[in-house]
Ligand binder design. Structure first.
Ligand code: UD1
Ligand code: CA
Length: 449
């Protein structure tokens, strides 16, 4: 059976009290709507239609090609919203899955279950329900004495007796497509001047057709985000879900409640993540590493057996058995090869540090290439910027840079050369040569070792 999906995202989200449309508020680093989109794509196997209204332009921009768009203007309720998708979808599918952009925690498993239930349903709709003692303004699922679903009543219209019903309408449905498109035009105007999608339940029952309600197993999945309090709750749950899956995959978390891992991250077995660590973007961490505490790693590749303590890494590549920290900053284009040691207060930008390079204390390397086993003395700095342009520094294998060396780029230091403490190097240094002073001069050739 072919499945289409519709994601409702036209509402303003007034209770967020924000200039940003609600569905673009980030949840673990990604706009909230992306969660509903990903899930819908996987379950339906087709491009979803997103119904936009408030903030349409910004939402289109954030979503891009991953969806089709239908505009709902003005916003006359959830039934009216789904109707806007009809021109794009009629005749394309047998079933239509409807979800909300502000319900990011619904899982593929739950929605697949909903679609499967509708595939074996004689009637035109299967809805998702949830049981909770905290109704949060959700509609109530009304059943008759035989337990058959009769209607959904909105909280504002519910009788005191109906308000005590604990089975709630999550707001997610799978419909038989042709029945849906026809029925949407039959929805009566509500007392609030809206067309409620929920009225389709009563309409089906009035037609003598059965409506099925499938209960969501996990109440956490059905958190809808209306306020920033809900946003924080959803973020905590999502974080917990991600952390649990990594712990079950063999990652130790010393304090999972203080560990912040975004959905795109990958972590190898036997890695330990210490508290207050943020792994963000397309970051990968290999096996047997120790990351944190107090560390931010953004879109960085880390190999096996690395130790990273109290540092910030962004857009970097770190190979195997590398030690970083405390208090280091790797910026975009930093690449540390196997066995590099980078200690207190180091900064590296757009530079390659060959295998075994040691950079122990308070140094800055920018636009530099270092061969294997270079020793970077305390306080060494590449002077790579003349106020207008950036220039490269090339340092050969086994170079020993004395403490407080200034390397005025563009500059090349030959293999096995040395600089004295406090040297300001302004001219290229031949291999195996010692230079000292300000500006640095060659004072002798050295034996090769
Ligand atoms: C809706 C359901 C309610 C359910 C609840 C669960 C209706 C009438 N009620 O109520 O039974 O328990 O969701 O969260 O459907 N939207 C549009 N266009 C509109 C109105 C809404 O696209 O004209 C979108 C919103 O952006 C949002 C979603 O539909 O993503 C739900 O709208 P909202 O107004 O929050 O519905 P509820 O009152 O929560
Ligand atoms: Ca809502």
């Amino acid at each position: 059976m072919k499945i289409a999906s519709v994601i409702l995202a036209a509402g303003q989200g007034t209770r967020m009290r924000s200039a940003l449309p609600k569905v673009l508020h980030p949840l673990l680093g990604r706009p909230m709507i992306h969660y509903a989109l990903d899930t819908a794509v996987h379950v339906a196997g087709s491009r979803p239609v997103v119904v936009v209204g408030y903030g349409a332009q910004a939402i289109r921009q954030a979503v891009g090609d991953s969806a089709l768009f239908a505009v709902q203007e003005p916003q006359l309720g959830t039934g009216h919203a789904v109707l806007q998708a009809e021109p794009l979808l009629r005749g394309t599918a047998d079933l239509v899955l409807v979800t909300y952009a502000d319900m990011p925690l619904l899982t593929e498993a739950t929605l697949t279950g909903l679609v499967e239930a509708q595939q074996s349903n004689q009637g035109p709709v299967t809805m998702l329900s949830g049981f909770s003692h905290e109704p949060r303004g959700f509609g109530r699922v009304v059943r008759n004495a035989q337990g058959q679903v009769q209607a959904v009543v909105e909280e504002a219209q519910a009788t005191p007796e109906q308000l005590t019903i604990r089975e709630l309408n999550v707001g997610v449905y799978c419909f038989a497509a042709e029945w849906l498109w026809a029925a949407l035009t039959r929805i009566p105007l509500s007392p609030k001047g809206e067309y409620y999608l929920t009225d389709l339940v009563g309409l089906a029952v009035a037609d003598g057709l059965p409506v099925q309600a499938l209960a969501a197993q996990d109440a956490g999945e059905t958190i809808g985000i209306n306020t920033r309090v809900h946003l924080a709750e959803a973020e905590a749950l999502l974080r917990q879900r991600i952390n649990i899956s990594w712990m079950l995959a063999g990652v130790t978390m010393v304090d999972p409640a203080r560990t912040y891992i975004e959905p795109g991250v990958k972590i190898g077995q036997d890695t330990v993540v210490w508290p207050d660590t943020y792994l963000q973007g397309a970051t990968t961490v290999g096996e047997g590493c120790a990351i944190g505490p107090n560390t931010i790693v953004r879109s960085t590749q880390i190999g096996n057996g690395c130790t990273i303590l109290a540092s910030v890494l962004e857009g970097a590549v770190v190979e195997n058995e590398v030690e970083i920290g405390p208090f280091c900053h790797l910026r975009t284009g930093a690449h540390l090869a196997d066995g590099v040691h980078m200690g207190n207060f180091g900064e590296v930008k757009n530079s390659y540090l060959g295998p075994g390079v040691k950079m122990g204390h308070v140094s800055y390397l920018g636009d530099a290439t270092l061969g294997p086993d270079v020793n970077v003395g305390a306080g060494t700095i590449t002077c790579n910027f003349d106020g207008q342009k950036k220039y490269p520094t090339e340092i050969g294998a086994d170079v020993f840079l004395g403490s407080d060396t200034m390397l005025v780029a563009p500059i090349k230091l030959g293999e096995g050369s040395r600089t004295g403490a406090g040297s300001v190097v302004t001219k290229n240094v031949p291999p195996h040569t010692l230079v000292v002073g300000v500006p640095a001069r060659a004072i002798r050739k050295m034996e090769k070792t």
